[in-house]
Design a binder for this molecule. Structure first.
Ligand code: RRO
Length: 304
């Protein structure tokens, strides 16, 4: 791949600006290896906590118009179990970002320390799951709690810390500001949008958990707006996430202010080829427009 697409992100070098989003295929060494072989510039794991969790009963995912609705409930094997998976990924040359969660700032810090000791190149703090009590968006909706979590993690690790924010707030720029003031090295925007679907024949909510998080094309304009807001509020890189299915979507996020992007739900629709087709498309676009490096387009929409 060309130098034009090489993306520097908080000291990490990505061959291109695409990353696997947390929660999709980031469970095992072999699934993450297949994402790397498919051409992702970096990989984010499924969110990991201190203890294993089973998650919610089925149904945990339903298809709705223009997206997927999920309430998985943070199923994961726990950070310690992950050591073997991470060891195997160390020699790929592709940054491995470990997504972590906790139910207190101390717990976040403990998981962060373990993730770094196991070889994480960076951490992404999940403070934005829309349907897990006390561990997710409850943190990301409270600026002082958010700052406490970020500050505690930053005290304990020496790797870049990304903070993944929820769109389910009145002012995402203010939340980004609180995270950055507490030491966040980058902001990921956005996690899923809190949503629900009801089956009309039975009057039953479709997800066992009733509420879930909406992802996919339906949320792209919300995510683009969030990236735009965060970019103009804070002075750290923004990682765009939400509904990306094409190279045009990636360019749109970058014009809004994203330095890199995450792709998740589109893998379910388009398969793993999406990473290569998207990078090919961006490269052609940059060449046609006469840009020598992808960073030249970051935030361009702000001049209007
Ligand atoms: O596991 C989930 O249900 C989940 C998580 Br942790 C998250 O951050 N966002 C989401 O939509 N689902």
């Amino acid at each position: 791949m060309t130098r034009r697409l090489v993306t520097e992100l908080c000291g990490l070098e990505l061959a291109n600006p695409t990353m696997l989003a947390a929660g999709i295929l980031g469970y095992t060494e072999s699934s993450m290896k297949s994402i790397i072989e498919a051409g992702a510039g970096a990989v984010v794991t499924k969110s990991l906590g201190l203890e294993p969790r089973n998650g919610y009963p089925n149904p945990t995912v339903v298809q709705v118009d223009c997206g997927l609705l999920n309430a998985m409930g943070l199923p994961n094997p726990g950070i310690n179990y992950f050591s073997e998976e991470l060891k195997e990924l160390k020699n790929t040359g592709v940054p491995i970002i470990v997504s972590i969660y906790g139910f207190s700032s101390k717990e976040f810090a403990k998981v962060a320390e373990t993730a770094v000791s196991l070889g994480a190149d960076a951490l992404e703090l999940n403070v934005s799951c829309p349907h897990v009590e006390k561990g997710g968006a409850e943190i990301g909706c409270d600026a002082s709690l958010l700052a406490e979590v970020v500050g505690e993690v930053k005290k304990r690790v020496d790797r870049p810390v990304f903070v993944k924010l929820t769109p389910n707030v009145a002012d995402i720029g203010a939340m980004a500001g609180a995270a950055v003031e507490a030491g966040a090295d980058a902001i990921t925007a956005i996690n899923t949008v809190k949503a629900m679907a009801i089956e009309v024949e039975t009057a039953r909510p479709l997800l066992a958990n009733k509420f879930g998080g909406l992802s996919g094309p339906a949320i792209k304009p919300i995510a683009v707006r969030a990236v735009y807001d965060v970019y103009r509020t804070v002075d750290v890189p923004v990682i765009g996430c939400g509904g990306i299915t094409s190279w045009q979507d990636v360019v749109e996020f970058m014009l809004a202010g994203a330095s890199a992007v995450q792709i998740g739900t589109a893998i379910a629709y388009k398969g793993l080829d999406i990473f290569k087709s998207v990078t090919r498309g961006i490269n052609t676009y940059l060449k046609k427009k006469g840009y020598k490096n992808i960073k030249e387009i970051v935030g361009l929409a702000h001049k209007f």
